[in-house]
Design a protein around this ligand. Structure first.
Ligand SMILES: Nc1ncnc2c1ncn2[C@@H]1O[C@H](COP(=O)(O)OP(=O)(O)O)[C@@H](O)[C@H]1O
Ligand SMILES: [Mg+2]
Length: 259
């Protein structure tokens, strides 16, 4: 694809830059990112749309033709004129309770859908945990045994459900959810543990509040969600983000004390 000179940068991460380019939202990945991951994100998007999700549409997956990003894999979505829920909450903290309910309602609606063709949550977590040699093998074994005990699990689990991935359209229509790179077919409480962990990393004050609201709205005991926190924390370590390493290890070892 071509990127125009009029593009504006929305966010820059360690492995990609996200631009608005006219009526497209383009995610451009650096050369560390395998093409298969980019196609997987696009395929996930299509599967979630087929499962009834309100999701930005993929327009194109291809390598950038020229300029600074020549040769990089990129994925273009339809641009939704909107602000994300994180930006909205930052500017309107007084109504944070209302936004939390809206956020959890959206997560529960997504988790109500079945999408058995998505990658399986259990397999993805097991594979990621296996890579993390930083964790004692006995602890890894224990975490994987927990996953082996998982029954069922064909529900749509976003895998990165955080306020910055919820788009509130400017025209007042219903929210969209973006960023489906990590979606799996799985168990909702594991997905809730993932969201709880991500709050703990980025907005620690909001983590307990989220847990409280999710637990009540889903009628799900907090203990069941918390049981999965060491598992999702161990898997998160596979992403190799150094600045999160000690925090995540603490989340794993808060439960396992073999030393
Ligand atoms: N289709 C879209 N339309 C408008 N804004 C979007 C769209 N997709 C993403 N965004 C905005 O871009 C930000 C980054 O995109 P996202 O897909 O979440 O990338 P990342 O994987 O880096 O988190 C989002 O937080 C959101 O604010
Ligand atoms: Mg995102």
């Amino acid at each position: 694809m071509n990127l125009s000179n009029g593009k504006t940068e929305i966010v820059r991460r360690h492995n990609k830059v996200v631009y608005q380019d006219g009526n497209r939202l383009v995610k451009v990945y650096n050369d560390q990112k395998p093409g298969s991951d980019v196609f997987n994100e696009a395929l996930n998007n299509a599967r979630v749309i087929e499962a009834g999700g309100r999701v930005p549409r993929v327009l194109e997956v291809s390598q950038v033709k020229d300029g600074e990003w020549e040769g990089s894999w990129a994925i273009a979505f339809g641009y939704i004129p909107s602000r994300n829920l994180e930006q909205i909450v930052d500017e309107d903290e007084a109504h944070i309770g209302k936004y939390f309910e809206q956020f959890v309602r959206l997560q529960l609606d997504i988790q109500a859908a079945d999408a058995p063709l998505l990658n399986r949550q259990k397999d993805k977590l097991r594979r990621m945990i296996n890579k993390v040699k930083l964790i004692d093998p006995s602890v890894r074994y224990d975490l994987q045994m927990r996953l082996d005990g998982l029954k069922g699990g064909g529900k749509v689990c976003h895998g990165d459900f955080v306020p910055s991935n919820v788009l509130i359209p400017n025209d007042g229509s219903d929210p969209y959810v973006c960023d489906w790179a990590h979606v799996t077919a799985g168990i909702p409480e594991v997905d809730a543990a993932q969201t709880y962990l991500l709050f703990k990393v980025e907005h620690p004050d909001s983590a307990e509040r989220y847990l409280d609201v999710y637990s009540k709205m889903a009628d799900m005991p907090k203990q069941i969600i918390m049981n999965w926190v060491p598992v999702v924390a161990a898997a998160e370590l596979a992403r190799g983000r150094k600045q999160r390493e000690q925090f995540l290890l603490n989340q794993v070892e808060a439960v396992f004390d073999y030393h």
